[in-house]
Design a protein around this ligand. Structure first.
Ligand SMILES: Cc1cc2nc3c(=O)[nH]c(=O)nc-3n(C[C@H](O)[C@H](O)[C@H](O)COP(=O)(O)O)c2cc1C
Length: 181
């Protein structure tokens, strides 16, 4: 039997105890149920410097982030929408990835919003992922009105949004399995 696929979660906030950290947890739980292995980069514990900042090219966290990306078969990005686009943390994470780490690998996209639903952040991450030669899954998840989106136990209030999470997980696992070299 072949090795399980490894899916790397990248959060658009420093704190994994955030709405986007929780969305990654929900999505990756579903991926594990389908046989995948998962890992999440923790920006709080291992922040990435801004690309080009003093010392950034030799930064140990950057090296580790890129090595983990190289050994991963797929990526799931979850970002808050900030001023109509992805957060700076997400953009800077993507700026540290080049096609040598990501080419031919599947990307799944999720976004959370304080206000009403929008595809801006999803579309902008789709463009960036294409630029590093990723195959972006057509299934995607936007979570509007984020302050009211979760129950006390961390589950999603909306069954429809949870169905989208399940469908994204299934697409990621099946397409990554097909595309993995
Ligand atoms: C600087 C900033 C800009 C924001 N811009 C938007 C926006 O354009 N549209 C929106 O719906 N929510 C906006 N929000 C709300 C965030 O999307 C919301 O707080 C976030 O999705 C919560 O996720 P988190 O808990 O992972 O941080 C903004 C929040 C901040 C801090």
């Amino acid at each position: 039997m072949s090795e399980p696929i490894l899916i790397m979660g990248i959060c658009g906030t420093y704190d994994l105890d955030s709405a986007n950290g929780r969305m990654l947890e929900l999505l990756l739980d579903e991926c594990r149920k389908l046989g995948a292995e998962t890992v999440v980069w923790d920006h709080g514990a291992k922040p990435l410097p801004l690309v080009g900042a003093d010392g950034s090219w030799d930064d140990e966290n950057v090296k580790e982030f890129q090595q983990l990306a190289t050994s991963s078969d797929a990526f799931v990005l979850s970002s808050p929408e900030y001023h109509g686009t992805m957060s700076g943390v997400m953009k800077n994470s993507l700026d540290w990835l080049y096609s040598k780490h990501t080419k031919g690998k599947v990307f799944g996209l999720m976004s959370t919003l304080g206000g009403q639903s929008s595809n801006n952040t999803l579309n902008h991450m789709r463009i960036a992922a294409r630029w590093i030669y990723g195959w972006v899954a057509p299934e995607q998840v936007a979570v509007p009105h984020i302050k009211e989106a979760f129950n006390e136990d961390g589950s999603l209030v909306s069954d429809t949004i949870m169905e989208r999470v399940t469908s994204l997980a299934s697409s990621m696992v099946s397409n990554t399995t097909k595309l993995r070299r």
